[in-house]
Structures are given as C-alpha cells and as structure tokens.
Design a protein around this ligand. Structure first.
Ligand code: MUC
Ligand code: MG
Length: 367
C-alpha cells in the first residue's frame, strides 16, 4: 500500500469568541486540511493550524510546502514505512505543523488499513482524558464567569490562564480572582507566551506564591538562556516549555540546559511519531508532560485525544482539548463531547478525524 496523493485544502471558519494571548490573537480558524490517499483508495485526514507568531507558517506556506515539496517526495512510499516518511519530511527544515499533519494523516490511513483505532496502535492506555480549558485575555471578573460556566456545563476544573501582559498586576489579579472564585480544588496554571522578561516572570511568581498555581508555561524567551535558567532554578513551581520545545531536539535541549522542567506536547506540531519520541524521552528523564493546545479545531483535537490517551505519561495530567468550543462551526463529522470534565477518544479505525463533506465545501477557500 503506497501513498498516491496528498492534498492540502485551505479553509476558514470564524470564531464566536476570539482568543487573545501575548504572542497573538485568533479570530478565525484559517487552517489547512490535509488528505493523504493510498493507491487502494484509503484516505487519511489531519488538520494544520498556521501559527506565524509561533512557527512562522501561514495558510499559503502550508499548502505550498505540502503540495510542492512533501507530496512529490512521498508519493510511492509504503504507508508502513513511517521512519522513511519522517526522514523525507525532515530533509526540509521548519514547517513544523505541516509535517505534523502529514504524519497524523499517515497514521490515519495505517489505522484504517489495519482496521484499528490509532490510539490502540500507539499505546492503548486509556479511552479518555481529563480536560483543561485555556482562558485568553479578558477582565478578571469575565474570566471567572467563563470558568464557572465551563465548570457548570462541562465539568472542567482545570484552567490555563493566558498571561504575559504589562503591567504585571493585570495577570496577577486575574489569577487571584480565579483562585478565590473557583476554590482550592481547581487546577490553575499560567502561559505567558514569552510576554515577560525572566525578571518580570520571577516577580509574578513571588506575587502569586500563595495561589497554588501548578506551573508557568513559556514565561519569557527561552533563547535568553541564562535568564531562563535562573528562573527555572529559583521557581517554586515547574517552568514548562511550549514553543521553545517544538521538536525532539529542542525538547532535549531545553531540559538538559535547564530551560524548563516540564514539557507541553502538541500533536499539531509534532505529529504522532515525533510526539511519541518526546514523550518517551521525557518519561525516561523524569520530566512530566501534558497535551497542549495549538488552538485546535475538533479535527485537531480528535488527533490530540487519540495520542494523549494512548500513553500513561500523557494521560496523567489534564489535556488542553476544549478551545474548539469557541468556534462558530467545525468540520468533524461526529462532534466531540466533553462531559464530567473528560473527553473520549473517537471510536472506530483510524484517528477519528473524518470530516463532514458538506461543511468542507462550505468553508474551503480554494474554490
Ligand atoms: C499556547 O499554549 O501557547 C497560543 C499560541 C500558540 O501557538 O498556541 C497557543 C496556545
Ligand atoms: Mg503555550
């Protein structure tokens, strides 16, 4: 069974509630749907979110690299030769989410060909994950009202607060209002998306030390190596690498150089093959991981759940799987459901990323 064609379809779905954070904003899901076809007619699907402020990719660059660079090299390769596919993809530098989506679409055809859910092929540890919801910039009281609504409606009691603003008291106040309003049992952590300096982050940690925050993600630019190392050494809570650890090599480097002691794993940028290597490395080094959100659609979220539930190490912590709820619509044929604070792995062979064809015709922007 060989790869016969790879299609990259740009589409756009608006957000009902845009997300604002220190490195950017998202108002619409202007993503790219990847479809990988085999010579015996099996189709694999994955979603690609362009995040220019994180990885430098755009919708057009993703379509171009997939159709003009990856597809010509991958056509004719056996679908089970995953490491060969990886080697071909990694001949091209960067283009992190485009590579991730091709890998996920490949796993989807492998699962469908074998008649097995990919989550079982990867590890089969669990059939669901606990959900963490990501809260963008808003006034503190609005954040609390939203968090309470999510707890009431979906049973979610873990929240990631987007931070990295100046003056610092804006985020400190938001964290305090959330802790007081949600109570002790809620799990709360911050993600500054590099918005602060190391010294500012250290000040935030001092001023929030009584709030029981779980960890702080990407507080500052990890390339400022000594500042970041000082922060990690002196922080009372773990410092997580997200965009500074977008691939296996970066994840190893950040852990070994003391730039982080916790890792976000995102299938949108690592696919399943590289994400599994990151998880194995982290487990071996005694580093916790959690499944992060690339502001994913339901198609992207289905892939994250498939992967995150497969391993004991990724299933331990709450996973960021609910921000598709902010979108006006979605492409996934069988919508995901969050109840009791958990989300289940889609059933059936493959990754569970099958799309609704009518919706795809409505939202695709290339026709
Ligand atoms: C996150 O965890 O940083 C925001 C920008 C991005 O690339 O991902 C999101 C979420
Ligand atoms: Mg982040």
């Amino acid at each position: 069974m060989k790869i016969k064609a790879i299609e990259a379809i740009p589409y756009s779905i608006p957000y009902l509630h845009p997300l604002h954070f220190a490195s950017g904003s998202v108002h619409e899901a202007d993503h790219v749907l990847i479809r990988l076809r085999t010579d015996d007619g099996v189709v694999g699907t994955a979603d690609t979110p362009p995040r220019p402020y994180t990885y430098g990719e755009t919708q057009k660059s993703i379509v171009a690299v997939v159709e003009d660079v990856f597809a010509p090299q991958l056509i004719g390769v056996d679908i089970f030769d995953r490491e060969k596919v990886q080697a071909i993809l990694y001949r091209t530098v960067h283009n992190q989410t485009a590579k991730g989506a091709v890998d996920i679409a490949l796993w989807d055809v492998i699962g469908k060909t074998l008649g097995q859910p990919v989550t079982k092929l990867l590890g089969g540890y669990s059939d669901s994950l606990r959900v963490s919801h990501m809260l963008g910039f808003k006034p503190a009281q609005e954040l609390l009202a939203l968090a309470l609504e999510f707890r009431e409606t979906y049973g979610i009691n873990t929240f990631k607060l987007k931070t990295g603003r100046r003056p610092l008291h804006l985020d400190i106040e938001a964290a305090r209002v959330l802790r007081e309003g949600l109570g002790e049992d809620a799990e709360l952590y911050m993600d500054a998306n590099r918005g602060w300096s190391a010294n500012e982050a250290a000040e935030v940690l001092r001023r929030t030390v009584d709030l029981g925050l779980q960890f702080l993600e990407e507080p500052d630019d990890a390339r400022e190596v000594l500042g970041r190392r000082r922060l990690v050494e002196n922080s009372p809570i773990p410092i997580a690498a997200d965009e500074s650890a977008a691939n296996l090599g970066e994840a190893a480097r950040e852990i070994l150089t003391g730039g982080a002691n916790l890792l976000a794993v995102k299938t949108a940028r690592s696919g399943f093959t590289e994400a599994a290597k990151i998880v194995g490395m982290a487990e071996g080094m005694g580093i916790d991981v959690y499944i992060g959100n690339q502001i994913d659609t339901q198609v992207g979220t289905a892939a994250s759940v498939t992967f995150g539930a497969a391993f004991a190490h990724t299933a331990k912590r709450a996973a960021e799987l609910s921000n598709y709820l902010d979108m006006a619509d979605d492409l996934l044929a069988k919508p995901l459901v969050i109840t009791g604070g958990r989300i289940h792995v889609p059933e059936g062979p493959g990754v569970g990323t099958a799309v609704d064809e009518e919706k795809l015709s409505l939202y695709r922007t290339d026709r």
